[in-house]
Design a protein. Structure first.
Length: 375
């Protein structure tokens, strides 16, 4: 089995664009999105019978605070690559969140959202987050790209609220959208995958959320997002047109994409690094992970060693290492120890990469996309 797994991990790195340059990209998902509002909310949710104790995201992840960003930037500033530049996070970002009050006033008949900038005002120690984002951009430490308008399957969530589902209504009252298992292990629904298609009739709404979200992104950061990472993965490829219309050139995809078609049907598509779609957009694919905080996954075990081995495999086959590393790993708003412990691991990982490959170059996803597509 170990031989088979080793072969599989090597084989997936063979197809697609190649280079002899030692390029490392850190892609970090979920910035800007809500998760658990506070430690007090977490305690209340658990007391109501929601079994989240083994769910790392629901236990530890939260909207990034001033301290979370400052501490992350401090670690990135400590290191430099062969070009003299610091490691950089491609911050895969949300630009809006549900406006719970107005949704409730509509008796759950209409969905309303608020920009990420407004969400920050509901949280203490978040008053410098926008300033810190802009600082991260100017120093090329933390460069946002588009993840979706919100990290939420709006139609699916609204239907569950309208049905009167008690567990969903309870989490709504606590301003939580990500919990999918209720008391007595009741399955509430997967609400985080914004583009997981239940019914083809929902496609125009999804296209509109992409257009609105990309416009919000540009207004917020002053530049268009040329890269898109779909929330949780599922994505109907007809929506690529809405992305192209707003200037998106690069799209993250799984190598074996299960494209949702609606009514529980899926189409399998093979994608590889540098592959183009009919709109001339380029697919990127991840081939490494650094996820020490996801305890329910094997990714947390020996996270540095596993990541270094994945980078080694990528370089062996002439591929850049594109590393998944969720915001969860760097959030201390609810538990400081989560952030502090994982930042030490990130610090060590960066040291090992630079020592093992002194010629390494740290790039953003968009910089890599430009390198792949340049003539």
């Amino acid at each position: 089995m170990s031989i088979t797994n080793s072969l599989a991990r090597n084989i997936v790195n063979i197809p697609g664009w190649s280079t002899q340059r030692r390029i490392v990209v850190f892609e970090s998902d979920d910035w800007g999105s809500i998760r658990m509002p506070s430690e007090q909310t977490r305690k209340e949710i658990i007391s109501l019978g929601f079994p989240i104790q083994q769910q790392s995201f629901n236990m530890l992840d939260a909207l990034e605070s001033n301290d979370d960003l400052m501490e992350l930037f401090n670690v990135l500033r400590k290191h430099k690559d062969s070009t003299g530049r610091h490691p950089v996070f491609t911050a895969v970002s949300i630009v809006a969140n549900p406006d719970f009050e107005i949704i409730k006033e509509s008796n759950f008949q209409q969905y309303y959202y608020e920009p990420f900038t407004e969400t920050l005002k509901h949280y203490p120690n978040h008053d410098r987050v926008i300033e810190l984002y802009k600082q991260g951009i100017s120093e090329r430490l933390f460069v946002p790209i588009f993840h979706g308008r919100e990290h939420l399957n709006v139609q699916r969530w609204l239907k569950a609220l309208q049905s009167g589902n008690k567990a969903v209504r309870t989490t709504f009252e606590h301003k939580v959208t990500a919990i999918h298992i209720g008391p007595n292990n009741e399955f509430m629904g997967d609400f985080q995958a914004a583009f997981d298609l239940d019914n083809p009739i929902d496609l125009p709404y999804m296209a509109a959320t992409l257009s609105e979200g990309l416009k919000l992104f540009e207004n917020l950061w002053g530049y268009k997002s040329e890269y898109f990472v779909p929330t949780n993965g599922p994505f109907n490829n007809s929506l690529e047109q809405a992305l192209a219309d707003k200037g998106v050139k690069y799209i993250l995809s799984e190598r074996l994409q299960n494209e949702p078609l609606g009514y529980g049907k899926f189409k399998k598509n093979i994608h590889y690094l540098g592959m183009k779609n009919k709109l001339n957009q380029t697919y990127l694919t991840r081939n490494a992970a650094f996820e020490p905080a996801i305890k329910e996954s094997k990714l947390s075990q020996d996270s540095i060693e596993k990541c270094v081995k994945s980078i080694e495999r990528a370089f062996r086959w002439g591929k850049p290492a594109i590393i998944s590393t969720h915001r969860l790993n760097y959030i201390g708003y609810i538990e400081k120890d989560n952030r502090n412990k994982n930042l030490k691991l990130l610090d060590s990982l960066l040291s090992q990469i630079i020592t093992k490959w002194p010629e390494v170059e740290f790039m953003t996803s968009v910089e890599l996309g430009g390198l792949i597509t340049e003539k």
